[in-house]
Ligand binder design. Structure first.
Ligand SMILES: [Zn+2]
Length: 162
């Protein structure tokens, strides 16, 4: 999936979480930002991704050990990291919920592509056949933009701003 589709999905999810739990607009914006940041992380294994261009050395080191849509696209890696965080540092785990939510939106969208995401050795999670940059992806992106607008209006109504 394209970066803009990952961004739109993570911002939508962030909006939803912010409406549900944020105490004020600033904490809401932080939640949305963490979700967006999380949506960037799995593509650290891709040379031309936004995050690899920002973190060149980190991206280079990651790519020495793993290929694109390999370890850093495995949902079990993030589940294990989150479980360990929850066990050893529940405060940090709670703080990072939006980040892991953004990672989850990224992995879900990539699982909808023909390549899918790895889940076990020689097993990929493959839930769709949507090609990157296809008209179907552009339709999903458009729906996410409409959903994001809808969630923000819903949030404003729920918070008594409209
Ligand atoms: Zn990806």
């Amino acid at each position: 999936m394209l970066g803009k589709t990952h961004a739109a999905a993570s911002v939508c999810a962030g909006f939803g979480l912010a409406v549900a739990v944020a105490e004020n607009p600033l904490t809401g914006a932080v939640i949305i930002g963490k979700s967006w940041l999380g949506s960037l992380l799995p593509d650290i294994d891709h040379k031309n991704s936004k995050i690899s261009k920002k973190l060149k050395l980190t991206g280079f080191i990651v790519r020495l050990f793993t290929g694109h849509r390999a370890l850093f696209h495995n949902p079990l890696l993030y589940a294990a990291v989150y479980a360990a965080l929850w066990h050893f540092r529940p405060d940090l785990a709670k703080f990072l919920i939006p980040l892991f939510m953004g990672i989850g939106t990224h992995l879900f969208l990539d699982a909808l592509t023909p390549m899918g995401v790895p889940i076990l050795p020689n097993r990929r999670l493959h839930m769709g056949n949507i090609r990157t940059g296809s008209s179907v992806e552009h339709a999903i992106y458009s729906l996410l933009i409409v959903a994001g607008f809808g969630i923000s209006v819903w949030g404003a109504v729920v918070r008594g701003l409209l």
